[in-house]
Design a protein around this ligand. Structure first.
Ligand code: IMP
Length: 316
């Protein structure tokens, strides 16, 4: 095999799916190589199947991908279609058969060990060069999970009009994308914003400051959904929820968090809706900051020592 040819590995049936559903997926023989295929969009956002086949439902595809991802057989962002199936298609037909990924099993578990994901493929301001130890979650995976969370919410809040309360600042991109999906599903909602802080540097102070911004009248006696970026110790929410319960007497109060850290100790507060569980690292990006930097990236990274030591005042 020349170095130009992609490497193709076959995967044995790992999903327990009925082979009738599984075979068409294998038929495509997922191949992986380090370069994106010439005609198709990079294989990160959606699985594109050729030719479309009745049994390749989005649910089966999602289960299959979820298994591959959890088993770490194939890093999701390096999977692409086999040469055989790729050759018979064009970029235009690729767009027509994008598969809906909203049936992903949640939460998606991000494994402890390093995944082979390339920081170099991400977009970020040049001043952050060297500040990432590694890429933890690429933007396409975030997008899939936000879509799946929105689907759960639509189903649970059907027939009601919840108030989505964005916990600033970190949850802001997650909140915005979640709202986009709810709008696409014609799920009505109101929005509110609350400012809370408990972190100094990379550790929680345990001293939770609710800085306000919330119109209490607006959330009174409503179904409240708190939208958080990350649950670490759970201290923030364990203060915020009783505060809102006392002040707003809501009909219900639930939490949707994009991320939850897997810590040895249980968190002080659990969320009903969790996008990813992640190893215990300090992470940045997609709204998450370290001393107010790094909110302006689309992907989520683990911060490097250089990032921690960086003097942000040199940027102004
Ligand atoms: P908790 O109160 O310990 O659950 O921490 C929750 C809050 O701390 C989040 O809303 C974040 O603002 C912040 N936080 C926790 N872990 C991280 C992290 O790894 N990176 C950035 N911010 C974090």
């Amino acid at each position: 095999m020349s170095s130009e040819e992609p490497r193709t590995d076959r995967v044995s049936n790992p999903t327990g799916l009925d082979p009738r559903y599984y075979t068409p997926l294998l038929f495509f023989v997922l191949s992986y190589n380090t370069r994106p295929p010439p005609l198709l969009p990079r294989f990160t956002n959606n699985l594109t199947l050729y030719p479309p086949c009745p049994s390749t439902t989005s649910e089966n595809v999602a289960r299959f991908l979820s298994h591959l991802k959890n088993s770490n057989l194939f890093p999701l962002n390096t999977m692409c279609l086999s040469e055989q199936s790729r050759a018979s298609n064009t970029a235009n037909s690729a767009d027509k058969h994008m598969t809906d990924m909203s049936d992903l099993d949640l939460p998606v578990v991000i494994p402890e060990e390093t995944r082979s994901l390339e920081v170099s493929q991400c977009l970020y301001p040049k001043e952050y060069e060297g500040h990432f130890d590694r890429l933890l979650i690429p933007k396409d995976e975030i997008a899939q999970v936000v879509q799946a969370l929105a689907k759960q919410l639509c189903s649970d809040y059907q027939g009601t009009r919840p108030v989505l309360v964005c916990v600033l600042k970190g949850a802001s991109p997650f909140f915005q994308h979640l709202c986009d999906h709810l709008m696409q599903q014609k799920q009505g909602f109101d929005t509110e914003f609350i400012r809370v802080s408990s972190y100094e540097g990379t550790s929680s102070t345990g001293n939770v400051q609710v800085a306000g911004g919330l119109n209490l009248q607006h959330v009174q006696n409503r179904h409240i959904l708190l939208v958080e970026d990350i649950i670490d110790t759970g201290t923030t929410l364990s203060h915020l929820i009783p505060h809102l319960q006392e002040q707003a007497s809501p009909k219900s109060i639930q939490v949707a968090t994009l991320l939850k850290k897997r810590l040895p100790e249980p968190a002080k507060c659990e969320a009903k809706y969790v996008g990813f569980t992640i190893p215990n690292h300090f992470i940045i990006g997609y709204g998450l900051d370290y001393n107010e930097l790094y909110r302006d990236t689309q992907d989520i990274f683990i911060i490097s020592k250089e990032g921690i030591d960086f003097d942000a005042t040199t940027l102004n």
